[in-house]
Write a protein that binds this ligand. Structure first.
Ligand SMILES: NC(=O)c1ccc[n+]([C@@H]2O[C@H](COP(=O)([O-])OP(=O)(O)OC[C@H]3O[C@@H](n4cnc5c(N)ncnc54)[C@H](OP(=O)(O)O)[C@@H]3O)[C@@H](O)[C@H]2O)c1
Length: 354
């Protein structure tokens, strides 16, 4: 486990010969903000940093605090905000198309936005586009960002530069990916009015857990489709961000009241958490990674040069949870069969959103 000093020392070694392009979807507060700020400090502002979110005012303040290169530096650095409600897949696609039209590459794509219901254990529902509102931002939008911006990540790799897709959620728990009702439509339907609060809570908690497992699946999918890049699911642990207040509601309210009082003992600050996450981001070349709250590797798999992705039933481990294309992966809950089914479902529902 690296200490904070070790993570900072590791980050301090980051001195690329090119201007890194880093996109933080969820960069206007929390860990995305902290990572963007740490990267800006490390590069002395000589980076192209894109903060994606809804809050323009917060973004302007963050960008104003970034160090700026001195003099007539024409190296291509830029610090900018791009507005996007990641709860809408149409909006995410539009933003990605706009970025593709003007960026030549992305070295780091960091996905942290958790969305409206992310922390509610008692509420659930659907977005205007018909997606589960726990999963819309923390899973579906991350899938769309990853897919739509992948050409730019691959372009960075082709130029021999860092090329890393990272999603910050809840890695390492080895939660199995469900094999049916992926979008929880059935679970929501059966959250009947009578005793509704209990059923809705069960569905909300199910959605929270699914979000974690689906991020395993997302990273497994993109890592295997594009083994030349790094793809990471990382667990931040407990970090004192503005958004990190889990609402126990009527169900677990009293328990969470106690937890809030103990918060400082069991959490790290946003800046500290961000240093660990940045360590995980910068300290990777290629392959599939599950990382912990210190940015340390829980498990990793680097693919051989002749690797071909297989998500078919002909492998003896295709239906075994914790195996990725025949390789056992600690802290990973997918199986090739469930990842393939999840991706097929994801593509199908996204195709219906126009
Ligand atoms: N912090 C923790 O202790 C902890 C623990 C376990 C897991 N996690 C997970 O780690 C990730 C990052 O956590 P965090 O605490 O940094 O989260 P956070 O503070 O809730 O993240 C806030 C960021 O997400 C953006 N966001 C939220 N809804 C959005 C939407 N609809 N469209 C676009 N952007 C949106 C916000 O931007 P705008 O407000 O500008 O839209 C802001 O930039 C989350 O997925 C969280 O579930 C966190």
């Amino acid at each position: 486990m690296p200490t904070l000093a070790a993570a900072e020392a590791s980050n301090a070694g980051f001195a690329p010969s090119y201007i890194p392009v880093a996109v933080f979807a969820g960069g206007t507060s929390g860990l995305g903000q902290g990572m963007a700020e740490a990267l800006a400090r490390q590069t002395k502002g000589r980076a192209h940093i894109v903060l994606i979110g809804r809050n323009a005012e917060a973004a302007e303040k963050i960008i104003a605090g970034f160090p700026k290169p001195v003099g007539e530096d024409k190296s291509g650095w830029a610090h900018e905000f791009v507005a996007c409600d990641a709860n809408s897949m149409v909006a995410v696609r539009n933003v990605c198309a706009e970025l593709r039209s003007r960026l030549k590459r992305i070295n780091f794509l960091v996905l942290t936005a958790a969305g409206p219901r992310a922390n509610s254990m008692t509420e659930c529902g659907e977005t205007a586009e018909g997606l589960d509102d726990h999963l819309s931002t923390r899973y579906f939008s991350r899938y769309v960002f990853s897919k739509e911006l992948m050409p730019l990540i691959l372009s960075a790799r082709e130029q021999g530069q860092h090329a890393h897709l990272m999603t910050v959620q809840g890695a390492g728990f080895g939660i199995k990916i469900a094999s049916s009702d992926f979008g929880l439509e059935e679970a929501r339907r059966s959250s009947i009015k009578f005793l509704g609060r209990v059923f809705v809570s069960i569905t909300a908690m199910k959605a929270m857990v699914r979000g974690v497992a689906y991020n395993d699946g997302l990273v497994a999918w993109f890592a295997t489709q594009h083994p030349e890049i790094a793809a990471t699911h990382i667990n931040p642990g407990q970090v004192r961000t503005v958004g990190a207040v889990i609402e126990g509601g009527w169900l677990l309210g009293p328990l969470f009241w106690v937890i809030k009082r103990l918060r400082n003992l069991i959490t790290v600050s946003q800046d500290e958490g961000a240093q660990y996450m940045l360590h995980g981001l910068l300290d990777a070349d290629r392959g599939f990674f599950i990382r912990d709250m210190h940015g340390d590797i829980v498990s990793a798999h680097v693919f051989s040069p002749d690797y071909k992705a297989r998500f078919t039933d002909d492998s003896p481990t295709a239906r075994k949870a914790g195996y990725l294309n025949g390789v056992p992966i600690q802290g990973y809950g997918g199986s090739d069969a469930t990842v393939a089914a999840l991706m097929e479902y994801t593509e199908r529902v996204l195709a219906e959103i126009k």
